[in-house]
Ligand binder design. Sequence first.
Ligand code: ATP
Ligand code: MG
Length: 315
Amino acid sequence: MSNHRIELDGVELTLSRPDELNMQMVGFYDLQKQLEACWLSLEDGDLPLVPRLLGRPGVGKTTLAYAVGKKLSQEVYIFQCTMDTRPEDLIITPVIGGGNSNASKSHAKLTPEIRYQASSLVTAMIRGGVAILDEGNRMSEKSWASLAPLFDNRRYVESIVAGLKIKAHPDFRCCVTMNDDSSTFEVPEYIMSRLQPQIYVDFPNQNEEKEILRINLPYAEEALLDKMSAFLAHAHQFGEPFTSRDGIHIIRFARRIHHLQGIPLDKALEQAIKNVIGEDALNYLNPDYQPSFNIMNDFWGQDTYEEDEDDDELV
Ligand SMILES: Nc1ncnc2c1ncn2[C@@H]1O[C@H](COP(=O)(O)OP(=O)(O)OP(=O)(O)O)[C@@H](O)[C@H]1O
Ligand SMILES: [Mg+2]
């Protein structure tokens, strides 16, 4: 039986393929260490932790998890969670194949063939890989419930469809990424209590930002990298939520406009900022700009505003 198919308690399972992505990471040294620490097993019987990586969309959570996973393991599997993810999608799904022709020519009959497809999570559990449950808080409570035993000392999942109880390999590691996108469900408390500790991914500083832009856009002009990293750092001082992902999109678009329309690069950058994050953001290109209010962005969507005691204006 090929590597791709295995037999477990008499049931043949088709495994998923690991993710091989061209994802390079710079910075995040402390966070890397925190995640590595979670996945460390200090002695026999010492179970690894299943942390949740929190942060705004586009700040680098998946990149961090993937890079640390690759560093520690040969195989990393990303499971993209959505609001439509069903419990069986997380574990094993039956797939009806084309069928076998098993009768004589005159009475040719097609018998539907049922294949059991292991999810990327279960494949990581079986092969001892790293599983990243990406954007976990998009999933409903029903789907989370099937993972409760996996995230405590039982370390197994049950597949109703295949009639299997699957135990995680000792090398299996897992983390969940979550952002504060409003289109998500509440993750139940009993699951949150298993997804510990929290690792909070914050905005990088200006130098780190420049290196992040550079590694993703190695062909981009130095002047663009400088301007964009200064712009993002300035905006973050005032709690604006623009991320490296926005910066990458802006530079990619600016270079295209420059190329196609012959507009100078700095003008093209302005146009791209407008298109990607909106006109108001252009103010942050001016290093002296200070907004009339300071969004003290708390994580998890609670924006707090500091009130000026003298005149009730927002500062
Ligand atoms: N430290 C980093 N090193 C290299 N690239 C980075 C880093 N941080 C962010 N990026 C880049 O920024 C983009 C967004 O990163 P990523 O997809 O990891 O964010 P995320 O936090 O998972 O976002 P979401 O919540 O939307 O899933 C990617 O293109 C990634 O390459
Ligand atoms: Mg992500």
